[in-house]
Design a protein around this ligand. Structure first.
Ligand code: CTP
Ligand code: MG
Length: 257
């Protein structure tokens, strides 16, 4: 493959508040990681898939990935046999997806780094995606790959900000209102030419700015490299709090009925 997706799933999910790390929390009876893999399995092109899991949950993540791949193959086979007219079912209608699992680090940045260490030599476009954005449509991932390919820039999905954003002092006093028209709420997957992401990470590490930067796009932009925003998708929201998980349950329930 020439594109790879690194699914970062090594966080603990403190704000969600479950005993389990967030990627293993169930949504409609399946771990969030399984949903995140559905997204990537649904992409138009075959990509290298790397899952960065908590160090003590690597084998659990491997089992989830194997199960998700089997499930995807069964669904894809069923879909192709209903659309093909009378042809005998072939033995292996879709290629099985292999997923590389690696242990993550203390911060998201560390986890991205450990995921990048597992990239195949043939990969020239890298997407970094939060497992916590479990309902992200596959088409958004395809859009990011296409945009990286056509521009050579870093690409992140973003949504317009609907709330009025205030700058507030410690005292609670309003200091000002931020011009909403120039704001965008960043999502994942965030895609980059591989060399751009690697160079930006090296630059950031050298300049001691790692701790200040929260996403991959910030890191690349901080290194002076071009990053563009493309339209994001409401379903790419991040499951952070119990309310977010409830919202995801409601969305899936409504989709199934
Ligand atoms: N992540 C990771 N490694 C870390 C921290 C975060 O791979 N050391 C991943 C999470 O698994 C998640 C994504 O980064 O898919 C976005 O992070 P966030 O939503 O903050 O998840 P958590 O860090 O798990 O949650 P919290 O901050 O509430 O503890
Ligand atoms: Mg976190």
């Amino acid at each position: 493959p020439t594109a790879a997706v690194i699914i970062v799933a090594a966080g603990s999910g403190t704000r969600l508040g479950n005993a389990e790390p967030k990627a293993f929390v169930l949504l409609q009876m399946r771990p969030l990681l399984s949903h995140a893999l559905d997204t990537i399995f649904g992409m138009r092109e075959l990509v290298q898939i790397i899952v960065v899991a908590p160090g003590d949950r690597v084998s659990d993540a491997r089992a989830i990935a194997a199960q998700a791949a089997r499930r995807h193959d069964v669904l894809a086979a069923a879909a192709s046999s209903t659309t093909s007219t009378g042809a005998a079912p072939t033995s292996s209608p879709v290629p099985s997806r292999t997923v590389t699992i690696v242990a993550g680090g203390r911060t998201r940045q560390d986890s991205v780094e450990l995921g990048m260490d597992a990239l195949l030599p043939s990969v020239d476009i890298v997407l970094v995606h939060d497992a916590a954005r479990a309902l992200t449509p596959a088409a958004l991932c395809d859009d990011v790959v296409d945009a990286v390919r056509s521009t050579g820039h870093g690409i992140i999905p973003g949504l317009p900000v609907v709330d009025t954003i205030k700058r507030v002092a410690d005292s609670g006093a309003i200091l000002g209102t931020v011009d909403r028209s120039e704001l965008s709420a960043g999502q994942t997957p965030q895609g980059f030419p591989r060399a751009m992401l690697a160079d930006a990470r090296a630059w950031t590490l050298q300049n001691g700015r790692f701790e200040a930067l929260t996403d991959d796009a910030a890191l690349v932009a901080d290194a002076g490299l071009p990053v563009n925003v493309i339209p994001g998708h409401p379903l790419a929201f991040k499951i952070t709090t119990p309310e977010d998980l409830e919202r995801a349950e409601v969305i899936l329930h409504a989709a199934a009925t």
